[in-house]
Design a protein around this ligand. Structure first.
Ligand SMILES: Nc1ncnc2c1ncn2[C@@H]1O[C@H](COP(=O)(O)OP(=O)(O)OP(=O)(O)O)[C@@H](O)[C@H]1O
Ligand SMILES: [Mg+2]
Length: 267
């Protein structure tokens, strides 16, 4: 690694995963730097969600290595990823409908009983929880009707923002988003994209999957392209254009034979 490039906060090296005879991931590697939004793109079935699930501890890798701050980590279950500071926001599973916004922001604190911050919040009263939830939502400029209202009545965009705010509240350093705007309208999409852009200011790095290339170019610093279970190229957004990314996705432009990302890093 060159001296100018700081150590990545998260690195995946040569990850593979089979489901029976199906090779979901053949060889996937990526690096996520501090305060960075990394876009992950590829055609349907390229392996994006599988890679994100492996980084969230939901699916195990058949082979490969994962590093946080250059230290190897084993992500055997979702809790391991949370402990490593990785929060994943799912399109559907993000929130509990019948609970209020602030309750949702605190959801899962039981899982974190070992964490000193969680212990602290377990002891605080409802009022303090509300105040802190409001603070976090304000800091992200997330607009929800009321933090006391059940999220059932909230729009998809508000729900996504709330789920992202939760990651921030728990002090996660890495947020993973799989197609966060896929089901949203134009205005809602803009709200969620603004919140994603804002995460940088809070020292949070993001990996985001999207099929919308214009959107990717507007939020990501770098884009890693997957094809048929492999990460085949990584481009800096300011030095590429949509046509190049699309060409890499479809195969019209060949991938990098040996991308920097696919090379093992010398210790
Ligand atoms: N649990 C599973 N069992 C069997 N095959 C799976 C499983 N999960 C993923 N696959 C297969 O692995 C491949 C990669 O799937 P994955 O969901 O990671 O793709 P993706 O890039 O997220 O696609 P999309 O853009 O459509 O969401 C596909 O062929 C898929 O059918
Ligand atoms: Mg997917």
């Amino acid at each position: 690694m060159s001296i100018e490039e700081p150590a990545p906060v998260l690195e995946a090296r040569h990850i593979s995963r089979n489901f029976g005879a199906v090779v979901a991931l053949a060889d996937a590697s990526l690096r996520l730097h501090g305060n960075e939004v990394l876009g992950l793109v590829g055609d349907n079935g390229a392996g994006k969600s599988t890679l994100l699930k492996i980084l969230s501890g939901i699916v195990s890798a058949s082979s490969g290595d994962i590093f946080i701050d250059s230290q190897p980590v084993q992500l055997r279950r979702a809790q391991d990823a949370l402990d490593a500071g990785i929060e994943t926001v799912y399109q559907d599973l993000a929130l509990v409908d019948t609970m209020s916004a602030y309750q949702n922001v605190y959801l899962g604190r039981e899982e974190l009983a070992k964490n000193p911050i969680a212990r602290f919040f377990n002891l605080v009263d409802d009022r303090q929880m509300r105040e802190r939830a409001r603070e976090v939502l304000n800091s992200l400029a997330v607009k929800v009707p009321s933090i006391n209202v059940a999220v059932k009545g909230m729009s998809g965009g508000q729900r996504q923002c709330l789920a992202i705010a939760r990651a921030l509240l728990w002090g996660r350093r890495i947020v993973i988003l799989d197609e966060p705007t896929a089901a949203l309208g134009v205005r809602e999409t803009e709200q969620v994209l603004d919140v994603i852009r804002d995460l940088r200011k809070h020292d949070v790095s993001v990996i985001v999957v999207s099929h919308n290339m214009q959107q990717m170019m507007s939020i990501a610093d770098r884009i890693t392209v997957m094809r048929l279970g492999r990460t085949i190229a990584t481009r800096t957004v300011s030095q590429t254009k949509v046509s190049e990314i699309v060409g890499l996705i479809t195969g019209a432009i060949p991938g990098d034979e040996m991308t920097e990302e696919s090379l093992p890093v010398q210790a």
